[in-house]
Design a protein around this ligand. Structure first.
Ligand code: PEP
Length: 271
């Protein structure tokens, strides 16, 4: 974590929770968390629950996001959801290129790239996920896999970034939902690599400003050590975000930076 980047924690609820369960979970999180958080917090429920959860977050510091979307604004894409629809229900963020989308639903680099560009064009902040399998790591292919995911996923993105934000998420696939977390040093090594690639693929000015989340079995007892690394700026959280107590414990363990943004003196941030 670097003082100039506000940490961001996003909850990926995946295909879990009915509408009433989603609303109860969001309400419990907001009341347990209270009005302040050291991190920007984003809840990403299933599509059909976004609007109800968003309504229950309207007086809170939490933001709402989606777990996926199509790149087109409208058209004959049965079963898909467009960026325009997400904006219309006040989504701020959208997770794109999650490893489950890549591996279970065959999403290509090109498809993901089209979505990243569409999100930016529609005023949504993409959370672009990258990460390697265990076999790729064991074959020393981590950097080449991630470099390809970044190069292809971020094609033609630079001109769209004027005054717009993008978040990266490093999610080693072997750590997602397995209870096996990368060590802070293992994660930092890849985060630093991602930042160096961002400087090459985007530009030198943007790279230090872009937040890179770590994802993969993040819990309340490992968040602080992960965030103690200089290039880890938050977390994408699956399992531990499905229960209010565990998620709020995790949020409360996010270290409060001595300064937030542009060297301002320490004070809790109220969104
Ligand atoms: C995820 O789904 O993005 C994730 C990181 O899940 P978990 O926290 O359960 O490993």
């Amino acid at each position: 974590m670097n003082m100039s980047r506000k940490p961001i924690i996003a909850a990926n609820w995946k295909m879990n929770k009915t509408r009433s369960e989603s609303v109860s979970l969001a309400s419990a999180i907001t009341s347990l968390l209270g009005p302040y958080s050291a991190a920007e917090v984003v809840l990403c429920p299933p599509f059909v629950n976004i609007e109800s959860v968003g309504r229950c977050l309207s007086d809170s510091i939490l933001k709402i996001g989606a777990q996926n979307m199509h790149f087109d604004s409208a058209g004959a894409f049965t079963g898909e959801i467009s960026p325009k629809m997400l904006k219309d229900i006040h989504c701020s963020y959208v997770i794109l290129g999650h490893s489950e989308r890549r591996s279970l639903f065959g999403e290509s680099h090109h498809f993901i790239n089209q979505k990243v560009k569409a999100a930016l064009c529609h005023g949504l902040i993409p959370i672009l996920c990258v990460g390697e399998t265990i076999t790729e790591r064991e074959n020393n292919q981590t950097f080449s896999v991630i470099s390809e995911q970044l190069e292809k996923g971020l094609q033609e993105v630079l001109p769209l970034l004027q005054n717009r934000d993008i978040v990266l998420a490093y999610e080693p696939i072997w750590a997602i939902g397995t209870g096996k977390v990368a060590t802070p040093e293992e994660a930092q090594e890849v985060h630093a690599f991602i930042r160096s690639q961002l400087a090459l693929l985007l530009n030198q000015d943007y790279a230090p400003k872009i937040r890179i989340q770590y994802g993969g079995s993040v819990k309340s007892d490992n968040i602080a050590t992960l965030l103690s690394q200089p290039d880890i700026d938050g977390a994408l959280v699956g399992g531990a975000s499905l229960e209010a107590d565990s998620f709020v414990r995790l949020l409360k363990n996010v270290p409060i930076p001595a300064t937030v943004f542009s060297g301002e003196p320490l004070r809790p941030t109220l969104f």
